[in-house]
Design a protein around this ligand. Structure first.
Ligand SMILES: Cc1cc2nc3c(=O)[nH]c(=O)nc-3n(C[C@H](O)[C@H](O)[C@H](O)COP(=O)(O)O)c2cc1C
Length: 189
């Protein structure tokens, strides 16, 4: 590798290692639609089989959030609604990630893989801007009424709610298993 490639590798590896899920402790800085679009404009260079680009995104601003949180919370049993509404008002904005849901398992897997790759791109880039991200898969993402609220088609699914908010302090890292424990070499007989 040339020196330039080595330094790109080091920078990318550092970001991959240091990125964290930011689940709380967001500061007051406003997450604008513009800031999110800018990151998505880079993140969209994720691998995508058949060039299907099976994703689309719905931004929920801080302004829209209280009404949105109430509507989504109402899809839960009554005793949980207040808790869910408060929870959904915690982040500074949401990005709802929607995926095309083809009938064939193979294409479904490819679409989910591509969308997950894009989310990871987004997560890494946002991290560099101190924009905290957590991909959340709470039960409401599967709820038909939430799909109606968001105008999600029959041939689509919600892959996740991306909770967003700028942060000052990085969360502590959770350890990862050494790769030796997850790696083997195939030896044919
Ligand atoms: C597909 C996916 C779904 C996730 N869903 C949730 C979730 O519903 N709630 C949550 O607190 N974290 C969720 N996370 C974030 C993980 O909990 C987090 O990545 C993990 O704890 C490791 O922490 P780190 O990302 O800071 O290294 C999700 C992550 C992925 C990849």
């Amino acid at each position: 590798m040339t020196n330039e490639h080595q330094s790109n590798y080091d920078i990318i590896a550092k970001t991959i290692r240091e990125r964290r899920a930011v689940k709380k402790g967001y500061n007051d800085k406003v997450v604008t639609e513009e800031a999110v679009r800018e990151i998505l404009d880079d993140a969209r260079w994720a691998p995508t089989h058949g060039m299907r680009e099976p994703w689309r995104f719905i931004f929920v601003s801080k302004e829209e959030q209280p009404a949105f949180a109430r509507q989504v919370a109402q899809t839960y049993p009554e005793e949980l609604q207040e808790n869910r509404e408060n929870f959904l008002n915690e982040p500074s904005a949401f990005l709802v990630v929607v995926m095309q849901k083809p009938e064939k398992q193979k294409q479904w897997d490819e679409n989910f893989g591509a969308t997950a790759a894009l989310i990871q791109n987004f997560w890494l880039l946002a991290w560099e801007k101190k924009l905290g991200v957590v991909w959340r898969t709470n039960p409401h993402i599967y709820h038909s009424e939430v799909k109606d609220i968001l105008n999600i088609g029959e041939d689509e699914r919600v892959v996740g709610f991306i909770h967003l908010g700028y942060f000052d302090e990085a969360p502590e890292a959770k350890d990862r298993t050494p790769i030796d424990e997850k790696f083997s070499s195939f030896k044919g007989s």
